[in-house]
Design a binder for this molecule. Structure first.
Ligand code: ADP
Length: 218
């Protein structure tokens, strides 16, 4: 089935969403209030339209209701972002993802029914901070306020030990869901097999437990 999306706001964030969705074979209607921005996407998006999405009549005439998923990537103009979200909800759009500028903005968006609120600068900041604070933490994905998935490189301290030796689940309450070894991904790794230097452990758990594990073994 062909997936159809609308992206509103063609700044750096909205623009990269449009490009990636198109790369993945989706149909995308790209909207911005600034004609020059829209021109940039004329040959990229399936449809590129100049419109002010705080104008209800404009929204209705574009037939946005018929799209599966709308992404609102309006930057600094919080008022326009909120108004657009509110009107798309009223029109009956099934799924709305909105980029939040700050925590207050996020709170309002959730209150008025945004299905997903993203905070790209904050989340990327956290990810990068985690990457640079420890050479062994390769990547980091926040699942909730308290839970994450992280990738940790096996260092000299734990290489040669098996998952059983390390007693990770009982001692730290976290789970190794997979091990990356070179190009291979070992899902549900054998608990008695020794880990090798530079293996990458993909770990899921509560942040406090993950941090305890990191402190102890890294
Ligand atoms: P980023 O931080 O992702 O680069 P920007 O603030 O540059 O974000 O981009 C937001 C985009 O949203 C701008 O291109 C702006 O013209 C567009 N925009 C702002 N308000 C509206 C609106 N009411 N309707 C449509 N597009 C809008």
């Amino acid at each position: 089935m062909q997936k159809e999306f609308v992206v509103i706001g063609l700044g750096r964030f909205g623009g990269s969403i449009v490009k990636e969705l198109v790369n993945q074979g989706a149909d995308v209607m790209a909207i911005d209030i600034v004609p020059e921005r829209v021109d940039e996407f004329a040959t990229i998006a399936t449809q590129a339209v100049v419109a002010d999405t705080t104008d209800e009549a404009a929204l209705k005439s574009l037939g946005i209701r018929n799209f599966e998923h709308v992404i609102i990537a309006i930057g600094d103009d919080i008022q326009s972002s909120i108004l657009t979200t509110l009107m798309l909800k009223e029109i009956g759009v099934k799924r709305i993802t909105v980029k939040a500028q700050n925590d207050y903005h996020e709170k309002v968006l959730r209150k008025i029914g945004a299905d997903q609120v993203v905070h790209p600068e904050r989340d990327m900041g956290i990810r990068i901070a985690n990457n640079i604070i420890s050479n062994n933490v390769l990547d980091y994905l926040e699942l909730s306020d308290e839970h994450s998935i992280i990738e940790i490189r096996v260092n000299e301290k734990i290489a040669g030990h098996s998952i059983i030796d390390l007693d990770i689940r009982a001692r730290y309450g976290i789970n190794i869901v997979a091990v990356k070894r070179g190009n291979e991904i070992i899902v549900s790794p054998q608990v008695d097999e020794p880990l090798k230097l530079n293996d990458v452990l993909i770990i899921i758990g509560a942040d406090v437990d993950i941090h305890r594990f990191e402190k102890k073994v890294l």
